[in-house]
Structure formats: C-alpha cells, structure tokens
Design a protein around this ligand. Structure first.
Ligand code: HEC
Ligand code: HEC
Ligand code: HEC
Length: 424
C-alpha cells in the first residue's frame, strides 16, 4: 500500500514538473530591473498602430462607451467571463511599468508582467507567431497613447477554471509558443498572408472548432466552428459548401475583406466586426497576401445533412411571410438587389448548418460595416417583435427550400435555442 502511494506521489510530482516545464517553453528570462524602454520613432509607432488594427486589439480592449484601450470589456466564455486589460501606459493600472521584454512575453508566451498565466480568451495562441520586431512596434504604439487610469476588473471564472494550476495544465496540452516559420516552397506573398491570417488576424480563433476545453487543436484548421456562448457559426473557410473562397476571383476576396460586401457575400455579426475594426484598414498588398493564402487552403468537403423537407403547412406560411416581410428587399425570386440587398437564391449562407446566423439576422437585423468601399450600407430591420418562433422557422425553412436552394428545414426548437442565446 505504502509503495503504491509513494509511486503515485512520484507520478504526480513528475507530471507537475512536466506541466511547469512545458509552461516555460521558449521563455526568455526577464531582468528584474527591466524598465520601460526609450521612446520610439514616429515610424515605429505608425507601424504599431497598423499592426494593432491587423490584430483587432482595440475591439476587445475597449469597454462599450469606455476609453480606447483602457480595458474592462467582458468576454463571455463557457467557463465564465474574462475581462480584457488596460493597455494604456498608465503606470499603476495599465502597462506603463512594462518593458518591451514584458510585452513580448505576454504576446509570445501568454504571461502577464507579474508572471501570472493569461487566459487564452486573449488569443495569444495565435499572436505567439508574431515576430519580435512587430511586437516591439505594437509596444511602441501602445506606449504612445495617453495613459488612462482604470483598474483591471477581476476575472470571473468558475472553479476549477479560475485556478492557475488548471490553466497551466491546459497550456501544457494545447499551447505551443513559436514564431511563424516561412514555407520556402511558397511565394513571399503567400507567406505574408499565412503570417497575417494565422497570427494577428487570428481568423481561426472563430473559424475552427474547439474541443470541450475550448482549445483549437490544429493551427491549420479553418474548418468552421460555432462560437461558444455567442452562438454564431463561423463557416468553414475550407469547404466549398460553406465559405471557401478558392474559386472566387481574387479581387472579390479582397473586396469582401476591405468593403464587407462582394458579389458573392455580405458579412454580418462577428464577421462584420472583424471588417469594421480590422481588415478594412489593411493595405492592398496585405489583403492580396491574405487572399492568396485563403485561396490556397486545402479543400475539405462538408457532408450535407440529408435534406429535410418542410411540411406543406409551414411552406405556405413561410411563403406568405416572405412576401409580406422580405421580398421587398430580397426580391420575389430571392434575387436580391446588387450592391444593396444580398441574393438569397444560390447563397451558401442561407443553407448553412447550423442555421444559427440566419436566426440571429432575422431576430436582430443587421448592417454590413460602413467602410470606405461601402460607406452607406443598406441594413436589414430586426423582426424579433413581429415574428414568433414558428414564423421564423417557417420563413427560414422556406428560403432554404426555394429557388433551387437545398437546405434542411429549421425547427421551432432551434429558433428558440438561438433566440435565448441572443437575448439571455
Ligand atoms: C478576443 C479578444 C482580444 C483581442 C483581439 C486582444 N486581446 Fe489582449 N487580452 C484579452 C483578454 C481577455 C485579456 C486578459 C487575459 C487575462 O487577464 O488572463 C488580454 C490581455 C492582454 C495583455 C496582458 C495584460 C496584462 O495586464 O496582463 C496584453 C499585453 C494584451 N492583451 C495585448 C493585446 C494586443 C497587443 C492585442 C492585439 C494584437 C490584443 N491584446 C488583442 C483579449 C483580447
Ligand atoms: C470573432 C469571430 C471571427 C473572426 C476573428 C473571423 N471571422 Fe470570419 N466569420 C465569422 C462569422 C460568424 C461568419 C459568418 C457570418 C458572415 O457570413 O458574415 C464569418 C464569415 C466569414 C467569411 C464568409 C463571408 C460570407 O458571408 O460568405 C469569410 C470569407 C471570412 N469569415 C473570413 C475571415 C478571415 C479572413 C478572418 C481573419 C482576418 C476572419 N474571418 C476572422 C466570425 C469570425
Ligand atoms: C429593408 C431591407 C430588408 C428586409 C425587409 C429584409 N432583409 Fe434580409 N438582409 C438585408 C440586408 C441589407 C442584409 C445584409 C445584412 C448584413 O450584412 O449585416 C440582409 C441579410 C439577410 C440574410 C443573410 C444573407 C447573407 O448573405 O449572409 C438573410 C438570410 C436574410 N437577410 C433573410 C431575410 C428574411 C427571411 C427577411 C424577412 C423576414 C429579410 N431578410 C428581410 C435587407 C433586408
């Protein structure tokens, strides 16, 4: 008995040591006297400002109605709420006392100034691939902002997810620090695209599925995933049935990222935020590079669930509601109006499974982002007050079965589930 106990203790200690070591991978020691670094050049600051847009840093690090970059915005996760930190150079409450080395360690290793392991709601699992030079430019930019005094909010995670030891185990399993390694067999443009999409762009923080512990297992997975809590579905960028852009004209991919609308698609929900805060500001060569990379992703066909027919009663109801509420914009035959209203006929977004995004857009309406390429976008009104769950199931099932669309009927239960996710 004693032997077994002793043996178990040794195993536990070895595992703990392994977890600690794995958490220190690729970490450089920081000199305790490390001070904030000397002022940077205007050029480096401008470069940092651009990279902060490429990384959407401001979106998460700004509370609604709060000062830019002063933190306090809560990000809901299945494990509790994580609040983003104050990134302004206030010495007490922001990163004013951080050196470049501290900042690099946060981005590259996911560790705060005081050594605390950071929650991966901060997408350092992607940002770890950012180069030291780019991290230094980001630091220079943030240090150039006006300091804002705003205490960081305490994280509200449930036990055991609020324990550093649990996070250490998670990181040992799912986090590998490492910089982007260019693929010599590919062009410089492709490598630039892969660097931006996989790193600062953190596209697969949404466009990949997460396991029960919230981890994306494969950095090259762009095969779609339901965003936890928000319940928006980020479609597969590898599947021709969902959102692969492999066979688009490259200019259309660039237009979608820059303007939020293209001949084939119109962004909404969380993707509208990505375009609004990030991609619309990126340079032509960077967008071209991202498009190049996105178009080269290996295709992965999605098996469509077998088509489920709509009952005749629901179809009649759907057709009536469509004529009453939707046809004036989307057209009698779902043909849409180019430049204003997306076509619903032959639109992949309409037959997507799960139908989460459709329920969201009908309930809450939506606007594509206002961008230079599309300064006054046409919007869609919310129908949450006019249509009940049966109505929405009927009209969505109708558009998924009309004009050549071959989708699965949407059930009242599904509408109800996503309605509760949107208005908890
Ligand atoms: C998806 C939301 C999100 C985005 C995008 C994001 N962050 Fe954060 N960030 C967070 C959250 C949440 C935390 C707090 C994590 C914690 O306290 O464990 C955080 C923490 C940090 C920290 C550590 C601060 C501290 O006091 O320990 C730094 C540094 C940071 N982020 C920099 C950045 C930079 C630079 C970018 C853009 C390249 C960025 N973040 C983009 C959510 C985000
Ligand atoms: C915060 C989550 C999130 C991030 C980050 C994100 N996406 Fe999306 N994306 C979505 C969602 C949700 C949709 C589905 C809604 C829509 O069609 O606009 C989507 C849709 C798309 C589409 C299909 C558009 C359409 O309407 O057919 C493309 C292409 C796309 N994303 C590319 C990207 C790229 C490239 C990046 C990185 C720069 C990115 N996404 C980052 C959530 C995200
Ligand atoms: C006033 C015009 C208008 C009306 C009425 C309207 N829509 Fe829309 N719809 C739009 C616009 C504009 C968008 C693009 C929204 C965005 O990108 O955020 C849109 C987007 C959509 C989408 C997503 C398409 C895509 O490519 O992602 C669906 C599905 C949809 N509408 C269905 C409906 C249904 C069903 C109704 C009736 C219940 C309806 N719409 C009524 C203007 C309208």
């Amino acid at each position: 008995m004693k032997r077994i106990l002793a043996a178990s203790l040794v195993v536990v200690l070895l595992l703990a040591a392994a977890v600690v070591l794995l958490n220190l991978r690729d970490e450089e020691p920081i000199d305790a006297s490390s001070q904030p670094s000397a002022p940077a050049s205007a050029e480096q600051i401008a470069r940092g400002a651009y990279l902060a847009q490429a990384g959407s840093c401001m979106g998460c690090h700004t509370a609604r109605g709060g000062a830019a970059y002063a933190g306090g915005r809560g990000l809901p996760t299945p494990f509790g709420t994580v609040y983003a930190s104050n990134l302004t150079p206030d010495v007490q409450t922001g990163i004013g006392s951080w050196s470049r080395a501290h900042f690099w360690r946060a981005l590259h290793n996911g560790r705060s100034r005081d050594g605390r392991l950071l929650y991966p709601a901060f997408p350092y699992t992607n940002y770890t691939s950012v180069t030291r030079e780019d991290a230094d430019a980001l630091y220079a930019y943030l240090m150039s902002l006006a300091p804002v005094v705003q205490e960081n909010r305490k994280q509200e995670l449930r036990f055991p997810f609020n324990q550093q030891a649990a996070l250490a185990v998670w990181r040992a399993l799912y986090f590998r620090p490492g910089q982007y390694k260019p693929d010599a067999a590919r062009s410089a443009e492709w490598n630039r695209g892969a660097y931006l999409v996989g790193g600062l762009g953190h596209c697969n923080a949404c466009h990949a599925s997460r396991n029960v512990l919230g981890a994306v297992r494969d950095p090259l997975d762009f095969n779609g995933g339901l965003i936890p809590v928000q319940n928006w579905y980020a479609p597969s960028l590898q599947s021709p049935e969902e959102a692969s852009v492999a066979d688009w004209d490259r200019e259309q991919v660039i237009t979608l990222l820059r303007a939020g609308v293209s001949q084939h698609a119109s962004v909404m929900g969380p993707m509208a935020e990505v375009v609004r805060r990030s991609t619309q500001y990126l340079s032509e060569p960077d967008l071209r590079a991202m498009a190049n990379f996105l178009q080269s992703l290996p295709l992965a066909h999605r098996e469509k669930p077998p088509a489920v027919a709509q009952t005749p009663a629901s179809a009649a109801r759907g057709e009536r509601l469509y004529g009453q509420h939707c046809a004036r914009c989307h057209g009698e035959q779902g043909e849409g109006a180019p430049g204003a209203y997306p076509a619903l006929a032959g639109n992949r977004a309409v037959t997507l499974d799960p139908p989460a995004n459709l329920v969201h857009v009908v309930l809450a309406g939506g606007f594509p982002p206002a961008t230079t390429g599309n300064p006054r976008p046409f919007g869609m009104p919310p129908f949450a007050n006019d249509l009940n769950d049966e109505d929405i199931a009927a009209v969505l099932s109708y558009i998924r079965h009309s004009w050549g669309n071959q989708g699965v009927a949407v059930s009242v239960l599904e509408v109800n589930r996503y309605r509760r996710a949107a208005w908890p």
